[in-house]
Design a protein around this ligand. Sequence first.
Ligand SMILES: *Cc1c(COP(=O)(O)O)cnc(C)c1O
Length: 360
Amino acid sequence: MTRVFNFSAGPAVLPEPVLRQAAAEMLDWQGSGMSVMEMSHRGKEFVDIHARAEADLRELMAIPKNYKVLFLQGGASAQFAVVPMNLLRGKDRADYVNTGQWSKKAITDAKKYCKVNVAASSEGDNFTRAPKQSEWKLDPDAAYVHVTTNETIGGVEFHWVPDTGEVPLVADMSSHILSRPMDVSKYGLIYAGAQKNIGPAGLTIVIVRDDLLGQALPVTPTVFDYKVQAENDSMSNTPATYGIYMAGLVFQWLKKQGGLAKMEQVNRSKAALLYDYLDQTEFYHSPVAKDDRSLMNVPFTLRSADLDKAFLQTTEAAGLTQLKGHRSVGGMRASIYNAMPVEGVQALVECLKEFERKHG
Ligand SMILES: *Cc1c(COP(=O)(O)O)cnc(C)c1O
């Protein structure tokens, strides 16, 4: 068996010990005689798996008691509509910060439910930076302020928490949740699709302050009414049981690594390895403003796009896969989530050096 270093933006690399444990438990989960996939979501075994996953996530992120944790489906993309459906609370408008492809999509869907004020945008700079708070023009009557705290495609991350006063802050954290400690109490709602930094695709995590629940628009599907899901332990319908189990194994793995403060140290040193190399050569280029660079998604270009194909062949041959950048940005993108070992980043940097020696 050969495992590659997988730099995919998502679905993405998972911790090898998690995959091994899932494999070992595949046919018979802890003496139950069944796979987790075969269990009733209301049976004791699965109810325990679900409760442990939630408890571990609460511990890892230090989620305050007045926040609900929901395990939903539909991906982060469903939340683009589900957030306004639930959080308008009698208001007719919301603020959005436009920092890239994912915030744009969130804005497009929100417009179906309310007026959208684009409070700040980095589109004029080709989405290569996070707009400073001083540029934001917030509407005091907004129901909430939405921000994509890590733009997976552009590689732009907010390394600070925006201040929105009394207006709830809503964050799409899909691609950097669990990469470092976040102060949950600063947010009204956090959502994330699982397939970047949590587990397999099919599970979406929503963390929401409980005073924001209970005023969903009448058109809201029952399975997307946060209050209904909160009252039913996310089991208003059958949840993504296997995804919750896998996420739970990842949470246990993160606790074993030393928690999110430790993950931040590791992630910072991994990212520094790569950015430092990109910055000290003319051959490669990172387009993102230094203060706003993502620790998780690192886009970069080669001196000439004519070299892209040869570069991808070279990295592929070295066992480094899925480095092709998003079609909207071009070049390369290395996603270096929690589960990417430092050895993978070291191997990538070696490959960058070697390729530059040959083609520079
Ligand atoms: C991947 C991603 C999404 C979309 O997730 P889906 O699960 O495909 O709906 C939304 N926002 C961000 C920031 C992402 O990285």
